[in-house]
Ligand binder design. Sequence first.
Ligand code: 3HC
Ligand code: NAI
Length: 648
Amino acid sequence: MSLVSIAREGSIAVVTIDNPPVNALGQALRQQLWDAVAALDADAAVQAVLLICAGRTFIAGADVSEFGKPPVAPHLPDVVARIEAAAKPWVAAIHGAALGGGFEVALGCRFRLALDSASVGLPEVGLGIVPGAGGTVRTPRVAGVAAAVDLVTGGKPLRAAKAQALGLIDAVVSGDLRAAAIAFAQEAIGKPLPLPASARPVVAPEAGFWDDQQAAITKRAKGEVAPLHALACLRKATEVPFAEAMAFERETFLALRGSDQAAALRHVFFAERAAPRPAHLGAAQPLPLRAAAVIGGGTMGAGIAAALRDAGLPVTLIERDAAALERGVTNLRAIFDGAVARGRLTEAQAAERLAGVTASTDYASLAGADLVIEAVFEEIGVKRAVFAQVAAVCRPDAVLATNTSYLDPAAIAQGVPNPARFIGLHFFSPANVMKLLEIVPTPDTSPDVLATGFALAKTLGKIPVQAGICEGFIGNRILKRYRAGAEALVRRGVAIAAVDAAMRGFGFAMGPFEAQDLGGLDIAFLQREAARATGQDVPETLGDLLVRAGRKGQKTGGGWYDYAPGQRKPQPSATVADLLADQIRAEGQMDGPAIAEHLVAEMAAEGQAILAEGIARQPADIDLVEIHGYGFPRWRGGPMFHAQNRAG
Ligand code: 3HC
Ligand code: NAI
């Protein structure tokens, strides 16, 4: 199949790559590019070559699906070198994104042009590898070492204008990219050419630069190895000749490509891309989403409203009375003000987000909503009463959703006319930041309404995972097992701080006890108490003992740990040791890795039960829930991937 075509515009050859969906550089494309260079070199009528791509984007990189297999020639570094050494200058014309190997091909071209909407980058570390076709060796020669370190070790793409400012792009154009690039190439013909990237000098940074970077990246990476290897490649590029640095980069790339971390990150890469379009949705059609409403302006309601506004949807916010409404609007304003303070929004954008919110205590304002998301108190009576009011005023086809954490959405929907439009949409706190959305259909939910949940996730930039109905759905159910496992270790004599340190060592930002102190121990306690009040046999947890002693976490000055006033640093607590003394058996210690493996195995075992019950549809969904909702280290692939790899 022809993935590369060549056309003529006078003395300019236009090489077009057409390899949908993202022009990834699989073996066939590499071969055809190689052949195109040879053919054009031999063509005396050609004075310059334009490299452009069909479809939604320039080359998005190497073909990640080839990474599990042995590399087959021609290898990408050779293709890039061939382009760089071509007898005619090559001009890359970039639209969409030039990423990874795609940007490395562009760096092999003598000139790079980009549409103003384009971006370029070297995101390889996100796949557990380093650039493998000269990205770490050419980038510092083109943009300087500091910019190269940011680009390669951070992995974040740059917008065209920023890339131009750094010298990575020669010209930014708008409108017709092909025409602009042909004009640019025409202009370049006959003029002295800039040095190819490989021939440019690289300026070594000041003393101490590498040590500082090493320290900062080690801290940030929390066990992820690719960013440090990327730094080592960049350093090498400043210390040895080009060819030697290329060999070092290639060796590192090939070694990492076969690593466990890279396999885990590839698993997550493909799981994330598959999540928005599960096959079982079939031909179901999402309903139009033009206007949304949120009931309850507390922690979750305000966050959900902000997420909806960030996606450009007009939002009606309903609260139970004027004072609560005032608080709800204040919560929303605080979210947008925070975004301004962090430089994510301008004052004007924040004002526009807020202006798109209609705040009211009158349910009649819901009449125009296509989607209503309830985020009121976690009490079934309150939620049912809310939906009775909502159903009385909404269109009969408006989608009605609950953000409940633990209640049964089907039970909440009882009494709602047309329950086919009812669904659980479980957001995570802060709802405008966290990427995960658990989608919980009831037995009555229609396929189109289910598809609407997935469409909403796409609109909001979230990762959707479908969950069946059980207490805690997927994520909170696994969290409960994780916490119980952690408490069981403490009962066996493992120190609280040792458990937290072990989970940090594994790659979590926080251990289970520190996290509870931050979020508050009382929420789970109250839930257990409510279950006990209905006669359920809920065993007393260690956390219950702490809450009964007034230790609810940081907000009360202590929970599992003590906190100095105004401080967030956990200090092991003698009071807690006393409170729990008669619960703890001195059975001995476990080392950090053993603790972490034990607790992750607990998560995976719960995940297995969840799969067996049909609550989750596939192991990768559980991995996405843990990574995007609970801070499971991405580079470990999620608990199911991790458990399977250890077993196999
Ligand atoms: N290899 C193989 N398949 C890829 C791919 C890649 N590099 N990039 C994307 N795809 C596939 C996706 O899996 C998806 O497939 P599907 O339709 O079968 O599910 C399809 O292309 C579309 O992808 P998206 O849904 O992500 O499309 P978007 O339009 O939302 O985004 C994009 C486009 C920004 C290019 C995004 O796909 C992306 O970020 N891709 C990955 C870029 C990347 O990581 N490149 C580096 C690769 S490693 C490398 O180049 C090594 C080199 O240094 C040697
Ligand atoms: P919250 O207490 O911060 O907010 C609840 C809001 O609902 C309050 O502002 C209250 O005034 C309002 N409200 C109560 N009754 C109402 C009524 N009849 N009409 C209109 N508004 C009413 O609670 P939070 O944390 O926001 O939780 C809300 C829901 O989201 C709960 O079901 C909770 O289980 C769920 N949830 C909470 C998460 C969290 O991390 N806090 C995460 C995911 C879901």
